[in-house]
Design a protein around this ligand. Structure first.
Ligand code: TXA
Ligand code: MG
Length: 341
């Protein structure tokens, strides 16, 4: 199969591929998704094949507006509409009780389904034109960093899917926030572009699932099945150094090997001039600009796979705001190998 690259002129073509049971890479504001008709069980199965994704890891459904929630969900609490009003279209996925119309292969047999209305206009236009909810995980091969450009998605999926719609670089850069509204209080399952602080403003009390901040033990089952996997992992082992920016940069400079790769904040580049010369330095952006860091985190992790670095060291922001999502992705890439300075 040849994977075609489509553009914003090809909305009709992308929608037709989806309706016919094909697989299309779709741009969203968070990361690129690997989309299929969410009501076509055979098409959805092909997502799992193309990604090499374990069958027990459910997919989320993408819809163009909150008005579509009733089609796929039942017993929808007021909190869902309050969140939709505040954050949709945008980087928030809500876990809700599902209707029978949603195939088992989407939810991995769970009685709940994740629902998301993306902010990317091209993405919503494709879903509208297809006329069905689009099931889409992130568009990477399983275990790899999520793609934030069409080119990165092509690296993983060339020849495995029908097309990728190029909608430019993703503006958020980390996957959507996932909130489970089927438990009380609501529970944050994955931090993302909508922050914990923002959720608490709308919902009041919100619990944080333990899988967000630590490694799950052997017998433990996170509520979001995907959170149990070692993720986003580059080939080389990653060590996260958390704490004050100056201290963490100095710690890394004192402990790194000559050939190691470095992920740092912009102002600490001068400490790693030798690494920069070898192309082993990825800069996330200024330490004060977490939005910028979120946009670069997956590109940084992915970039080292084109090198032969034996190990990677990463600076990490504090967990306020979108920092919680950045820290979570870095810590997962590191298998929660974290040094606090
Ligand atoms: O930003 C995003 O959410 C991107 C873009 C493409 O929309 N999608 C994405 O999908 O990140 P994926 O499949 O890579 O991650 C979805 C996560 C997985 O960890 C999965 O286990 C969890 O959501 N999930 C899906 N349905 C669930 C459910 N019913 N209950 C609990 N967790 C669920
Ligand atoms: Mg994913």
């Amino acid at each position: 199969m040849r994977t075609r690259i489509l553009t914003s002129d090809d909305i009709g073509q992308a929608a037709a591929i989806l309706r016919e049971g094909g697989l299309v890479g779709i741009p969203t504001e968070t990361v690129y998704g690997l989309g299929a008709n969410g009501l076509d069980a055979a098409a959805v199965s092909r997502i799992f094949e193309a990604k090499g994704r374990p069958q027990d890891n459910p997919l989320i459904l993408h819809i163009p507006s909150a008005e579509w929630l009733e089609r796929y969900c039942r017993d929808i609490p007021d909190a869902a509409y309050a969140l939709a009003e505040a954050f949709w279209p945008g980087p928030l996925t809500m876990i809700l009780p599902r209707r029978e119309s949603v195939p088992d292969v989407v939810t991995a047999g769970l009685e709940t389904v994740g629902m998301r209305c993306p902010a990317h206009e091209l993405c919503r236009a494709i879903i509208e034109a297809a006329g069905v909810a689009v099931a889409a995980p992130s568009g990477n091969r399983s275990g790899r960093p999520s793609p934030t450009t069409a080119g990165h998605m092509l690296e993983d999926m060339d020849g495995r899917i029908d097309a990728i719609v190029d909608g430019g670089a993703c503006s958020v850069g980390v996957e959507s926030t996932i909130i489970d509204l089927t438990c009380c209080p609501p529970r944050l399952l994955r931090p993302g572009g909508v922050t914990l602080e923002q959720l608490r403003e709308v919902l009041g009390e919100v619990d944080v699932d333990p899988a967000v901040t630590r490694l799950m033990g052997e017998g433990e089952k996170p509520r979001a099945p995907g959170m149990k996997y070692r993720h986003y992992a580059p080939k080389a082992p990653v060590t996260v150094v958390a704490g004050d920016g100056e201290k963490s940069a100095e710690y890394i400079a004192a402990h790194m090997g000559e050939e190691d790769g470095i992920i740092c904040f912009a102002e600490f580049r001068p400490l790693f001039a030798a690494q920069a010369e070898r192309g082993h330095l990825m800069d996330l952006g200024p330490s004060a600009d977490k939005e910028e860091q979120a946009r670069h985190i997956f590109d940084a992790l992915r970039a080292f796979d084109h090198t032969d670095v034996p190990a990677i060291w990463a600076q990490c922001p504090d967990t306020g705001g979108i920092g919680l999502a950045i820290a979570n992705r870095l810590n997962k890439a590191a298998g929660f190998h974290i040094i606090e300075v």
